[in-house]
Design a protein. Structure first.
Length: 255
């Protein structure tokens, strides 16, 4: 996980690192696919900590904050800084329902279209997303975006976990690796999804979108904040129904 205090030029594309340590160390994980797809996974702010988050939002040109948990701060304080807040809540430790996926992918499409119309801007825009701890629901949405962009599901899981240690529980890994079906098939384009037109999102233009259809296991596991994570380097004895064996080989090597 990238901490506020340890951002460096290799992490943020040549931008200046932050100086002094911050109370928010280990709160942020920047996931960059390309200049149009950049995400900031984080834990949930509170009314007392939101000023520190706003500084990071300004530094990374955050245009939107997606919160998938219950509100823990007044969104007006964020929106006063020209950052839109989108509420897409779903159950802790669970996988996103189709309605949440549709709005999430619609938001990405809208921001990609906006960025393409502003090619001259020096700083790429960023979509921030958080749940409570930033280890389950928020990383799942980012992984979905990477899969839709063309990344192999196992590579997407590995990439997010490399940036944010402890991300995903068993159910979420199974969903991403085995059950989630990419809906875009958009090689050569930056638009995610097609075929269905849905209503505008916070005043943005309507974006064609297809929602994903996926089956997920009915059982659920719980751990920290309802999240049970795979411990790196020792997958022995962990029961992950339906997970590809290649996932463990890629994540932990041969055992």
């Amino acid at each position: 996980m990238v901490s506020v205090a340890s951002y460096n030029t290799s992490n943020v594309g040549g931008r200046k690192p932050l100086g002094k340590a911050s109370p928010l160390a280990n709160s942020f994980s920047l996931i960059e696919y390309d200049k149009y797809h950049r995400f900031l996974i984080m834990d949930c702010p509170t009314n007392s900590t939101i000023p520190l988050y706003l500084k990071e939002f300004a530094r990374l040109n955050v245009t939107d904050v997606v919160r998938v948990c219950e509100p823990t701060y007044m969104k007006e304080r964020v929106e006063s800084r020209n950052v839109q807040v989108h509420d897409l809540p779903f159950k802790d430790g669970d996988v996103p329902p189709s309605a949440v996926l549709k709005r999430w992918l619609e938001l990405i499409n809208a921001r990609v279209a906006s960025a393409q119309n502003c090619e001259g801007q020096s700083e790429p825009s960023t979509i921030a997303v958080h749940c409570v701890a930033g280890l389950g629901r928020a990383p799942v949405l980012v992984a979905v975006a990477l899969i839709e962009k063309g990344m192999d599901p196992l590579d997407a899981i590995e990439h997010v976990r490399h940036k944010r240690r402890g991300a995903f529980n068993n159910r979420q890994i199974t969903y991403l690796a085995d059950n989630y079906k990419r809906v875009s098939g958009f090689k050569g384009t930056n638009k995610i999804g097609s075929a269905i037109r849905s209503g505008p999102l916070n005043g943005t233009s309507t974006i064609p979108l297809t929602t994903a259809v996926a089956t997920v296991p009915t059982s659920s596991t719980a751990g920290n904040n309802g999240l049970q994570t795979v411990k790196s380097g020792n997958p022995t004895g962990m029961a992950l129904p339906g997970i590809h064996k290649s996932f463990f080989k890629k994540m932990f090597g041969s055992h």
